[in-house]
Unconditional design. Structure first.
Length: 472
């Protein structure tokens, strides 16, 4: 068999094996405020759900429930919160395929990433635990994500909510997940299994990167009460031998030190190290668009995405940060010296950031062009999702020619957008301090709406330029 044919067969086999079992994909970055130019905590996340996934971005208003109201989430019943916070959510369109998605459309089963009105940003990565998985028993991860956005007024409250849900009900359908939460005052990582969890607060001078493995060792700040005793009973830890570490005890052997994850984490730190103290959103955009350009490890887009098994089978393949299966990319700045409505702003890109521009979405606004929030996964020229995905697919066919030009256009647009953002925020803050909060919010809402519309329009123009003529 020729090498190229063998490689394609290997990639196809790896993808087939990986999709139902493992989401070896997302990359999340938490950055302490001391390391950023705006003295903002940064929560940044590339959400990767597979080549067939379809996404959307939508806003949910604040809601109220009568006393005694019950809430059904997959797969348990909970007491409804008296008041649910408003939030922005990015996630799955209905009837969309993707890693770990359900064929059944149901409530509390679509959110992947979000930012709520209190300035709590949330993302989640799959990992590999050796604790037994619960199939359709416990609280499904999508429900946990939505409950965080609805109920957590701080990142710390989000950590406790996750812990309480796992302690009482267990976590369903996947045995290992890492939740990463941040607000204007602090950031947390909480690593979870079916029945256990450990959480660590991120330092103000720290960059924390999570790929698809547990990283918390003996330095956790909060944890399940029986974390050590359960691991001891299972034979995963021997007291007195070495200090207890969550990752070593609960991580699946062979998955905690895999180059597939470690190289991604190291690459993020390598790219951000020269920027420490002056990190801005544009620096994270560069990271999220990275394919090891300019290095021997550069890997162009593949016809089949290079999953863990394929990468580990061929030393010439490298898993980049940027892939062609990204559903969304978000970079959220959380500033404590501003009203949260204006100080919490999510720079959002739909589909892969290689071909998508980022636009700002403020925690205090609630409107976007309808094209971004279309609930159906069906192909539709009026859907923002399909504009960005089609642009990516067209550009990948001419990657060497198209990508540098498209990336340069988005970078130039972001620079202009940032200059305008500084002016808008200065005006909005002045209005806020004078007591004209509604005028300040209206100003930021118009800016969000305009930038989202212009980003989509530029993507449409690029698609016309790079899409092959029909029949080719």
């Amino acid at each position: 068999m020729q090498r190229s044919t063998w490689l394609v067969s290997l990639l196809l086999a790896a993808a087939t094996l990986a999709i139902p079992r493992a989401g070896d994909a997302c990359t999340t970055i938490l950055i302490g405020a001391e390391l950023t130019r705006e003295r903002a905590i940064i929560h940044a996340h590339n959400e990767e759900m597979g080549a067939k996934a379809v996404g959307r971005l939508w806003h949910r208003k604040r809601a109220h429930a009568d006393p005694g109201t019950k809430l059904s989430v997959p797969y348990v019943e909970l007491a409804a919160a008296p008041t649910s916070l408003a939030y922005w959510a990015s996630g799955n369109a209905e009837q969309a395929s993707g890693l770990g998605t359900s064929e059944v459309t149901r409530p509390y089963d679509s959110i992947l990433v979000g930012l709520n009105q209190a300035g709590v940003a949330m993302g989640c990565n799959w990992a590999h635990s050796r604790e037994e998985n619960l199939k359709e028993r416990g609280v499904r991860r999508y429900a946990i994500r939505q409950l965080i956005l609805e109920r957590a007024a701080t990142a710390r409250q989000g950590v406790q909510l996750i812990g309480d849900l796992i302690d009482e009900h267990g976590q369903a359908d996947w045995g290992g997940l890492v939740y990463l939460l941040a607000d204007p005052n602090e950031a947390w990582v909480i690593e979870t299994t079916t029945h256990h969890w450990a959480a660590r607060k991120i330092h103000d001078d720290e960059i924390w990167v999570t790929a698809n493995r547990f990283r918390i060792g003996d330095d956790y700040d909060l944890a399940s009460t029986d974390l050590v005793s359960y691991a001891t009973d299972k034979g995963w830890y021997t007291p007195g031998d070495v200090p207890f570490r969550f990752d070593r005890a609960y991580g699946r052997p062979g998955k905690m030190n895999d180059p597939y994850d470690i190289m991604r984490e190291q690459r993020v730190l390598e790219l951000l190290r020269p920027k420490r103290g002056q990190i801005v959103a544009a620096d994270i955009m560069q990271v999220f668009r990275d394919r090891y350009e300019g290095t021997p490890m550069f890997t162009p887009p593949q016809a089949v995405e290079i999953w863990r098994k394929a990468v580990n089978a061929d030393p010439k393949l490298h898993r980049p940060i940027n892939t062609n299966i990204t559903q969304s990319s978000s970079i959220t700045l959380l500033r404590k010296d501003m009203p949260v409505e204006l100080g919490a702003v999510m720079h959002y890109a739909m589909a892969t950031p290689s071909y998508s521009g980022y636009f700002p979405v403020y925690a205090g606004v609630s409107t976007l062009p309808d094209a971004y929030s279309q609930i159906s996964a069906a192909k539709d020229p009026g859907s923002a999702w399909w504009v960005f995905r089609n642009l990516q697919q067209a550009g990948d066919k001419r990657y060497t020619e198209a990508q540098p030009k498209i990336r340069a256009l988005w970078q130039a647009r972001h620079r202009a957008q940032e200059r305008e953002r500084a002016k808008i925020e200065k005006r909005a803050l002045a209005l806020w301090k004078r007591g004209s909060q509604q005028e300040a919010l209206a100003l930021s809402a118009r800016f969000t709406l305009t930038q989202a519309a212009e980003t989509l329009e530029l993507a449409r123009e690029l698609l016309k330029q790079y899409r092959p003529p029909k029949g080719q």
